[in-house]
Structure formats: structure tokens, C-alpha cells
Design a protein around this ligand. Structure first.
Ligand code: SF4
Length: 486
């Protein structure tokens, strides 16, 4: 069973140890640079990428504005097609619903197609407590599960492992979970893929219950859509007798036609492919074809609260392509585990603190896990202004919505600055005093100055800005006087 993120330290602490791991950094640098270069070429092939990006943004924004309407339409469509819809307000309720649905089948094993929503609610762990084994079937998820590890990337959860590490995991752990790895397994990709194929086939043919997520849900038809590259997901979606799909409420789209936009945006942004290798769609149940029982569990788990935030709600546009991770200099050095949640990288830094709140030390640290370089915004196929949301969330943390110890100094500075800007006379006096003292202020504070922790760190990496001789307002007043005298 893979571990959970519960009890992870705040980002700076976790990143301090991960940045010292040379192997991890080498694996990540190689993988992210390869994907980002391929993505840039795939995107450059399309003349209308900017229009597609705008269309994706508009469809998502429209849907989020009318989310209640489209979710009700989706429920009616799924029910009419023979499925059953369940509503889960939080992770505990979602886990309870899924556990009861599996128990009702009498089974104690399920196969899973990769699903961020089930990682978010830690479904595997909840099922394990109920005596139900959940087998991951996405290759990278399988590596994470066999290695008793945590996922570190949205698209490639085992991105932090290289081929020889994967070979070792297969040799050590496959036998404990089912069919062992073949004798003499090497780290050649074809051999590793064949070992996984044989191991998984046994599970596909035995499983009576499948659990999936979905990339999109179409309100007008009640259709769910999964995009994947290996075909393992398709086995999970078609072979079992019961299919349970666990999906965040923000994944709904109004119409079939909307898929046209996202089936272009997502593959090019994620795997740099022109077209997705396996796109599976299913609508309710059909006699004699595929699962005969279909349940859709719609998960809120903080999404409605996120929707209420006029700046932060844009995070719900995310289509989980992972392009923002692959260009982020902070992610590249710190790795995905440092973010302490199912959603790592820039999107994790804005989504997790909104879904979970900023009360814990870890969640309050996430909006600061960025250099604000803006590369994430540039590549995002649905134009989420991640830097804007990061700054917005930092404000929330600094104002006391978060872990108070971590950002008390910043909160005090912000309150003092607000007061100063509200009192023009005091601001003018401070500016004049600063101008008069400019000769006394060194460009760089001496290192020996006994500055406390955060202030020292701030000073170590910055030069002080040069103070002007006079304030802007004094300069303006003089200019006006000169002008009226002419
Ligand atoms: S925020 Fe944008 S770039 Fe990042 S995973 Fe989501 S859709 Fe992709």
C-alpha cells in the first residue's frame, strides 16, 4: 500500500532535504526538460493555439459560473442512461460511499485507473482499512504502489525514479502483490513494460470492480471521458462488472462539442502528442456490453469554497495536464513530494491550500513555494494566472488566515504599510526622512547585522533599492510650481 501525505512537513523543510538528493534532481531535470521541449514543439505546430487556449478558458469559466445547473443536468443524464449518482461533500463521505458500494458487490479487490481525485481523498487507504485491496494499473502508479512510495507528478507519478530503480522495485515487490517479475529482468523499457503487462493482466482478468476518475464529464449526455496513454485504463473501464467513477465536480463540461477544444489542448500540453493514444468514453450501462452497474461519485471536498473566491476560483479550470510542473524551476529542484499533497508543482501550490484551507503549517507554506517567474501561466492551456492566485493566497496567509507563526512578520509589515498608505501626511514625512538619510543607508546591509531569521534570509539575497533624493510628490509639487510660474 502506498503511503499518504498526512504528516508531511511544510514545504521549506521538505524541500531542504529533497534539494540535497542529487539522484532525484538529475532524474527530474532530465524528465521535465525532455517533456517541456517536446511540448513546445507540439504546441508550435498549431497556428490557432492562442484561440484554442482562449476557448478552453471561456468554456471552463462559463461552466463554473453555472456549475449548479450543469451538475443537475449531468445527474439527470447519467441516471437516464442507467447509472447512479452519489454526492460527496468531503473526502470522508466519498470514501464511505465507495467503500459501501464495493462491499455491496461482496468483492475484496478492485482495479483502478489512475485518478487524482481518489489520491486527493486517499481512497486506497480508506479501502485498505475496510479490508479491500485496490490495485493501481497505470504503469507509473503501479511503480509508486509497489515501491511503497508517494506520487510526485500529476502525469508521471514516478518521475523521480529512473529505469534501474524501477527494475529494482519490480524485482523486490511484484511477487508480494501477485505475479512476480521475470527472472533476469533488466532495465530496458520493453522488458519493464512486459513485466508490468504480465503482472497486471492477471488482475484485470480477475477483477469484478473497477474504480476510475474522469478527465471530463459531459452534462448533456451523461458521458464520462478518460484520456490515457497505455490502454490499461480501458481494461479497467470495460472488464469489471461494476464501475465506480470518483470525480471532482469541476470536471463537468456542458456539451459533446466542447470536447473538441480539450482533446486538442490536453494531449499537446501533457505528453506533447497530437492526439491522445486512448480516449475512452462511457455513458451509463448497456446490456451485455461493459460494466453492468455504474456509479458516479461527485466529490466537492472544498471545491464550492474555492468557487466562492473570485480570484482563486480560476484554479478549478485546471485540466491536470502538468505543463506547469515541467517548466517550474522550484518544482524541478524540490521535487513533487515537497508539496505534501496529491497535487504538486504550481497548480498544487494554489489548488491544495484552497481545497484544504491554509490553517496547517504545510498548507500555509504552499503559496510561497514559487519564484513568481510566471512560466506556469505562459504554458497553461486554460490560462490560469497562477502567479496572481499565489499572491492572493499569500495575502490570505499574511492576514492571519493561515499558520500565524510562519508569517507573523509579513503580516505586521503589511498592516503597517496599509496604515501608512491610508495616511498621506505620514507617508510624505517618511519619504522625506528616507530621502534625507539616503547617504547613510548602505546599498547592502552588512552580514554581521544581528537580523532575525527571515529578515537575514531576505537581506542575503537582495540589494536595497537606491533611495531617490526627493519623494515623487515633492518633485511633482516643484514641477507644478515651476509650470504655473511660466
Ligand atoms: S494549472 Fe494549467 S498547466 Fe498546470 S496542470 Fe492545470 S491546466 Fe495544466
Amino acid at each position: 500500500m502506498s503511503r499518504t501525505f498526512v504528516g508531511m512537513p511544510p514545504f521549506p523543510t521538505a524541500a531542504r532535504s529533497s534539494t540535497k538528493d542529487g539522484q532525484l534532481r538529475a532524474n527530474l531535470t532530465h524528465a521535465t526538460h525532455t517533456i517541456r521541449d517536446k511540448r513546445a514543439k507540439a504546441v508550435a505546430e498549431l497556428d490557432d493555439w492562442a484561440e484554442l487556449r482562449e476557448a478552453g478558458k471561456r468554456i471552463k469559466d462559463h461552466t463554473l459560473r453555472h456549475l449548479d445547473h450543469y451538475l443537475e443536468q449531468l445527474e439527470a443524464s447519467v441516471t437516464a442512461a442507467g447509472g447512479q449518482v452519489h454526492w460527496a461533500a468531503d473526502a470522508a463521505e466519498a470514501n464511505r460511499i465507495v467503500t459501501e458500494l464495493v462491499r455491496a458487490t461482496g468483492e475484496t479487490e478492485v482495479v483502478k485507473v489512475k485518478s487524482m481525485a481518489t489520491q486527493e481523498i486517499e481512497l486506497n487507504e480508506a479501502l485498505a482499512k475496510a479490508g479491500i485491496s485496490a490495485y493501481e494499473t497505470d504503469l507509473a502508479e503501479l511503480i509508486v504502489q509497489l515501491g511503497d512510495d508517494l506520487p510526485s507528478h500529476i502525469l508521471v507519478p514516478a518521475i523521480h525514479k529512473n529505469r534501474s530503480e524501477i527494475r529494482d522495485i519490480f524485482q523486490d515487490a511484484m511477487g508480494r502483490w501477485g505475479r512476480p517479475a521475470p527472472e533476469g529482468l533488466t532495465d530496458r523499457p520493453a522488458e519493464l513494460a512486459e513485466a508490468a503487462r504480465l503482472h497486471l493482466r492477471e488482475k484485470f482478468l480477475r477483477a469484478k470492480v473497477g474504480i476510475s476518475g474522469a478527465n471530463f464529464m459531459i452534462a448533456e449526455t451523461g458521458t464520462l471521458v478518460v484520456l490515457e496513454s497505455e490502454g490499461n485504463g480501458r481494461m479497467c473501464l470495460t472488464l469489471p462488472e461494476t464501475l465506480i467513477s470518483v470525480v471532482g465536480i469541476e470536471k463537468v463540461l456542458p456539451r459533446w462539442q466542447d470536447l473538441e477544444v480539450f482533446l486538442q489542448l490536453l494531449p499537446r500540453s501533457s505528453t506533447a502528442e497530437r492526439m491522445n493514444p486512448y480516449t475512452s468514453t462511457w455513458t451509463g450501462t448497456s446490456d451485455g456490453d461493459g460494466p453492468q452497474r455504474f456509479h458516479l461519485v461527485l466529490v466537492d471536498n472544498g471545491r464550492t469554497d474555492t468557487l466562492a473566491d473570485t480570484v482563486g476560483r480560476q484554479a478549478l479550470r485546471c485540466i491536470r495536464c502538468s505543463a506547469c510542473l515541467n517548466v517550474c524551476p522550484v518544482y524541478e529542484r524540490a521535487g513533487g513530494h515537497a508539496y505534501g499533497s496529491a497535487y504538486p508543482g504550481p497548480i498544487g501550490a494554489i489548488l491544495t491550500p484552497q481545497l484544504r484551507g491554509v490553517e496547517s503549517e504545510l498548507d500555509a507554506s504552499l503559496p510561497y513555494a514559487s519564484s513568481l517567474c510566471g512560466a506556469c501561466y505562459e504554458v497553461c492551456p486554460v490560462a490560469i494566472d497562477i502567479p496572481e492566485v499565489l499572491v492572493h493566497l499569500r495575502e490570505r496567509v499574511a492576514e492571519g488566515g493561515g499558520h500565524r507563526d510562519g508569517h507573523r512578520v509579513e503580516g505586521a509589515v503589511m498592516r503597517a504599510t496599509t496604515w501608512l498608505f491610508d495616511h498621506p501626511a505620514a507617508l510624505g514625512a517618511v519619504e522625506r526622512a528616507a530621502g534625507a538619510m539616503r547617504g547613510l543607508v548602505p546599498r547592502r546591509l552588512p552580514e554581521k547585522l544581528p537580523l532575525p531569521g527571515p529578515a537575514k534570509a531576505w537581506n542575503d539575497s537582495r540589494d536595497l533599492p537606491e533611495l531617490p533624493e526627493e519623494s515623487f510628490r515633492d518633485w511633482w509639487k516643484k514641477r507644478e510650481q515651476r509650470g504655473s510660474g511660466e
